[in-house]
Design a protein around this ligand. Sequence first.
Ligand SMILES: NC(=O)c1ccc[n+]([C@@H]2O[C@H](COP(=O)([O-])OP(=O)(O)OC[C@H]3O[C@@H](n4cnc5c(N)ncnc54)[C@H](OP(=O)(O)O)[C@@H]3O)[C@@H](O)[C@H]2O)c1
Length: 230
Amino acid sequence: MKVLVTGGSRGLGEHIARAFAARGDEVVVGCRVHEDKARALAEELGGSWVRFDVRDRDAVRQAIEPLDVDVLVNNAGLTHQGFFAMDDGPTWDEVVATNLLGPANCARAVVRGMLARGSGAIVNVGSVVSERTLPGHSAYAAAKSGLTSLTKSLAMELGGRGVRVNAVIPGVLDVGMGQRMPPRLKTRLLEHIPVGRVGTGHEVAAAVLFLTDATYIHGQCLVVDGGLSL
Ligand SMILES: NC(=O)c1ccc[n+]([C@@H]2O[C@H](COP(=O)([O-])OP(=O)(O)OC[C@H]3O[C@@H](n4cnc5c(N)ncnc54)[C@H](OP(=O)(O)O)[C@@H]3O)[C@@H](O)[C@H]2O)c1
């Protein structure tokens, strides 16, 4: 299978890209800024890399459509902390554009090819903030909640024509933005994680592969959070 992982050069995306490559899939590593990392990882995995900004619909279409991927993992994301009443800068909009419009742009760029072939899978990477939100994360939570809704809407439209759409909803992880989280916030969140630890990139990557392969699971948002959202 040919698999595109957006934001695949680092953080959670790198774990997902490595997991697909480890079982023999052809991986395309998506990046926006870290071209050097994407190139190095693609070379290591025997795949390829592609650079685009998920927010730019035309750039996404030009970059992705010709790839004819079997699987799209909408992993690229951006978070930002700021209280809504004081937060009227451009970052709020960027967070929504990256986490919601971005996956929609990427899905649109793969879906016609998938429909023409009568097969394909899309796995969106959400966040536990759509299940249990936090103060100071309004843009991220709104966008990720929108992404779970988009997952279900696309599943309704595409399932009858061989294209499955699901989402994985990670909690706090030991990679990427979870690793960079302010220690005080992480300590506070840990108190609410029943399994008593943060998750690993490997554990979420395994869930992404599972959803890709699970031929009768469709329109689902699989929470992988050690119980944080309970
Ligand atoms: N890590 C966690 O604890 C955690 C928890 C819940 C959910 N998630 C979700 O998991 C996904 C990956 O997060 P992460 O922790 O690995 O984040 P990260 O370390 O900050 O990496 C973000 C990735 O997204 C790419 N990206 C960001 N903006 C982009 C844009 N406009 N266009 C194209 N690519 C863009 C980056 O590419 P460049 O490097 O090229 O800039 C990078 O590869 C996100 O959707 C996030 O919301 C993560």
